[in-house]
Design a protein around this ligand. Sequence first.
Ligand code: TYD
Ligand code: MG
Length: 465
Amino acid sequence: MAKKITKFICGNCGTSHTKWVGQCENCHEWNTLVQEDIENIPKGLGHAQGTQIEFVGLKGKMDVAPRVISNINEFDRVCGGGVVLGSAILVGGDPGIGKSTLLLQLVSQVSTKARCIYISGEESIDQVRIRANRLGLFEEEISLASATNVRDIISTLEKANDVGLVVIDSIQTMYVDTLDSAPGTISQVRTSAQELIRVAKKNNFTLLLVGHVTKEGAIAGPRVLEHIVDTVLYFEGDLSHQFRILRAIKNRFGPTDEIGVFEMTHSGLTEVENPSALFLGQRRGETSGAAVFAGIEGSRTILVEIEALVVPSSFGTPRRAVVGWDTGRLSVILAVLEARCGLQFGNHDVYLNVAGGLRISEPAADLAVAAALISALKDEPITSETVIFGEIGLSGEVRPVGQMDLRFKEAQKLGFTNAYFPGHHQNQKQKINKSIKTKEIRHIGDLICLFSITSTKRDKGLGIA
Ligand code: TYD
Ligand code: MG
């Protein structure tokens, strides 16, 4: 009989350790090691010979992976034009964000084209039915089950050869009965996922695994799950906002920069075809500290408002709080504004917020953030018909960014008449829409010149050099 050995596996990177330590030796995260009892498998291959592998050239016949279009456009686009048959997709997200709702809506759409199975390990059949009723989906032909034993699930799936799509909600509730550890532990999650993916590939159906995200932000179970699936989607959003964003983190069959925007309503998730209009919908005229950024997410332009608040600090160390942007990047922009333009943020608390719960990662947002910060510090609004974009370098120069024509086009569509932009690349003349008045900002100093020299905060002596 195989001997049991105890190992300590890092919940963050999956590295196994022979004894418990406070910090993982591989990823240096603290307190991520969990104890797991693993059967000792004999090392090495022994003397038995394997069969020969046949090698082929790069040129040759290829099969294009067939896809199932779900008719939920936002979902299909994020997947790269529908879900690929036989692929394994992990849908991660915080508890309560709407993963089960999204997948139930998805299977109901796909059920008209292929047989769909929805296996819930978290909710009873009644609970799923109540949700389906709420979503108005009770007429759909979906095979529903409440189960958690992977052996039962696999035996059932292996026999059913007409299946197109299977949802497992969630992978943390599944267990393999040959392992001693409890459901949700790393070895259970990993083995359950591997077994389910094996059947999905063999029987050529799409497998959607729901995975909860841990406090640290990684899909529990841990990153190892991300390696064994074909696509990793994150469903994110702020629980206090109704917007939800579906983002591809990894995609073997499509792009990873696309996002899908949904709105959680009382009767389920609805697609948001024009996110800019929605993100800008709540703007309240001209207020200081607000700047509209024209960003690119995948193939779409999204206009979003960036809000900054700059107030004198009452503590020795001023506070910097950021929602929807990178804290480190904010420090860089503040440092550039201080060093290159003499603006003083050192004795001010700075709060930065991207409206609507969107998370921006594009460097092109730098100029809009800087404009919001200057506007907040000077207490002087930017005209509300202005969009801003550009990347800021450490010397204060503003660098051109990609797809500027798309950004102008979207801004014009939404009624914006002005744009602050970095100008063109030297060897690249792009056509600019004539209906938008553009102002080239080559250096961060050009931006500051757009604000009037006398301003209320300056008069009050609040830190403008
Ligand atoms: P759910 O899909 O259960 O989240 P997850 O599976 O990610 O844990 O969604 C739960 C939340 O969504 C819950 O707080 C209620 C809300 N909700 C709506 O607002 N409208 C709806 O139509 C449904 C079904 C849920
Ligand atoms: Mg759920």
